[in-house]
Structures are given as C-alpha cells and as structure tokens.
Design a protein around this ligand. Sequence first.
Ligand code: FES
Length: 172
Amino acid sequence: MHAPAEPILDEAIVDEVIARYPDATGDVLSMLEELQHRHPHRYLPRPTLEQVARKTGLSRSQIYSVVTFYSFFNLKPQGRHTIAVCRGTACHTRGSRGLLESLANRLGIPPAEREQATFTSPGREVTIRTVACFGQCALAPVVAADEEIHGHMTDLKLRALADHVLTAEARP
Ligand code: FES
C-alpha cells in the first residue's frame, strides 16, 4: 500500500496561529506546539516551518533546532492512533523486542523503517513508538495504546489490542 499524500497545513491557519504569538522568539515553543496540534496528522510539514520563518523573522536553523531537540515534535505525519512499546530493561528481559517485531509485522511496517524510534503504518492508521520506561516496571512488558497502559503484555493480547485500535474510530 502507498502512503497517502502528505497533507500540508492551510496557510491561513498558520498565519492565525503566528498572529497569536507576537514574541516569536520567546514563544516559539508554544507556537510550534499549537501548529502541530492544529495539523490533523499532528506534525509540522516543511512548508509550515518555512512559513513560520518567513513571517516571524526567525531563522530556519533556530526553528529546526527547536523541532529536532524536543521529542514531542513530529516531522512526519502521525497515525490516527499510537501504540507505544516499552524498551526499558525490565520490559526487554520480558520479551518487548519480540512484541515490537510482531506488531511491526502485523501492521506491514517495512524492515528498513523499524530501526527508527517512531514509525507509522503505510495507511497511517497507527504510529508505533518505543519508550525508555513507563515507570510501571512491575507490569513488564508494558505497552500503551492511545496513552492507556496495558501491562503483562503477550503477543496474543497485543494482536487483539492492535486489531481493536485499527477498527476503532479515528480520534478527533
Ligand atoms: S522498563 Fe518497561 S515500564 Fe519500566
């Protein structure tokens, strides 16, 4: 399956958000956060970042250093749902690598993309993230689906969870 075309954020929306932050240097983090939030795929497309640079006078390097420093900024379109798999020590020793592989297989993620900390299914239904620790090590291995924690995960349970997420309504 081919990934859908990458949707850009309407220029009028970008202008509207920029206008709310007259101190572009001091408010750059909040401004970019809001822009990402306004995008239906929760990411910052390149044309949006170019527009921010053009309209605020911030340099491209200032903007890119912010969006690449903070892990909550996305430079690629995100799936409608997120499944996060813990790769911390406790979860690793209880099989989280196998869970991640199995999930990636189920969602048709090409092998080359699986080395990234974040990857998205070809139809953008689900973004899979790895995290360092949820702080729930007693429940290892731990997975979160749309931020809801699921402990003592098994391959069978994860398949059911992925199927549930895939058939669930897209979140607003
Ligand atoms: S190592 Fe997975 S929750 Fe802590």
